[in-house]
Design a protein around this ligand. Structure first.
Ligand SMILES: Nc1nc2c(ncn2[C@@H]2O[C@H](COP(=O)(O)OP(=O)(O)OP(=O)(O)O)[C@@H](O)[C@H]2O)c(=O)[nH]1
Length: 309
């Protein structure tokens, strides 16, 4: 700040001498500005625990200093990529550098892709920034892992009730902000109890896992499936229209009918659904879908019923 005010005072002096002096002042202010930005960047890195936010911030800062095009790494075989998928010519892969085995185990390497070869100075900068990235990256990855554990159903790998509560609020937010409609399907298995009764709890668990696999396989990347508990599941369907929700629900019901394991146990699905409407909240939308599934249960089982408003 002091340097900036000196600079403006000098600029208001007589033209010739001020010009000469401004060059000198700039040579102080520029490194200072970089140092301030750098400190702010380091503080931001240390204060950010959300993985996406951390990587976005890191990517942006790096791209302002280096010809960076893309940043890649993997966590538990899941690939994460930030930036442009094309137009990168040269890649540098750096190992995690935290000296902490449990942090290193989560993200082993980070790959940086650039549009052109880096100078020696730029390589030094990259190594320095990478070192400052590894510790917050390890923390954010561990935080994500813990969050996932609290929002996952361990038997099926789908989201659990807490995961659903979190995700439906996200969907409602997108609906309010952008008008993106979404649908909710509530699925209750038919005849599940007799699997436990006739074949034991372990086979019952396998049937529940088969339902989990089937739902995970049928969902698009932006949709989400959850196990609410017992033999009750639900799906949040992103950006869906009036006619599509029936088709999606029917596709799920038919896939269950065709699943060899579920078929063997005579397990089918009763599916109730609804679409978000104006003034909905998580409770009101769930109550409608639940009402729809009760109606299917009462009338037929192995069927779909959608309540539209
Ligand atoms: N194997 C296993 N069984 C479970 C689990 N959670 C709940 N259950 C059982 O799921 C069954 C659910 O009972 P119901 O809803 O009456 O099952 P249903 O036979 O599908 O009944 P309908 O919906 O009327 O067709 C009970 O027997 C629970 O003990 C679990 O994690 N594993």
């Amino acid at each position: 700040m002091d340097y900036l005010s000196i600079s403006s005072t000098l600029q208001s002096n007589s033209a010739g001498s001020a010009d000469a002096t401004r060059i000198n002042v700039d040579s102080y202010t520029q490194p200072l500005t970089h140092a301030i930005e750098y400190t702010a960047f380091l503080n931001l890195m240390l204060a950010t625990i959300d993985l996406d936010e951390l990587c976005q911030n890191y990517f942006q800062y790096l791209a302002s200093r280096l010809p960076l095009k893309r940043l890649n790494f993997a966590i538990d075989q899941q690939a994460f990529a930030f930036g442009d998928n094309n137009s990168a010519d040269i890649s540098i892969t750096l190992p995690s550098t935290t000296h902490n085995r449990s942090l290193n185990a989560m993200v082993k390497t980070v790959t940086y892709s650039f549009s052109r070869r880096l100078s020696v100075q730029q390589q030094t900068l990259l190594h320095e920034l990478h070192t400052h990235f590894c510790i917050p990256l390890g923390h954010a990855t561990q935080y994500r892992h813990i969050l996932q554990q609290t929002t996952r159903d361990p038997l099926t790998g789908l989201g659990n009730r807490a995961g659903f509560d979190e995700q439906i609020e996200r969907f409602l937010g997108q609906y309010l902000r952008r008008g993106t409609r979404f649908g909710l399907l509530v699925i209750d298995l038919d005849n599940f109890k007799q699997v436990n009764d006739s074949h034991g709890h372990q086979q019952g668990d396998q049937a529940l896992q088969a339902v989990g696999d089937l739902l995970a396989h049928l969902m698009r990347i932006e949709d989400s499936a959850f196990r609410f508990g017992g033999d009750e599941f639900c799906c949040l369907i992103h950006d869906v229209g009036e006619s599509e929700i029936d088709q999606i629900a029917e596709r799920i019901r038919v896939a269950a009918e065709r699943s060899p394991l579920l078929r063997q146990h005579r397990i089918t699905m009763s599916i109730g659904g609804t679409l978000v409407v104006h003034n909905d909240n998580a409770e009101s939308i769930f109550a409608r879908a639940d009402k729809a599934v009760y109606r299917v249960k009462a009338e037929a089982k192995n069927a779909v019923f959608i309540i539209r408003d």
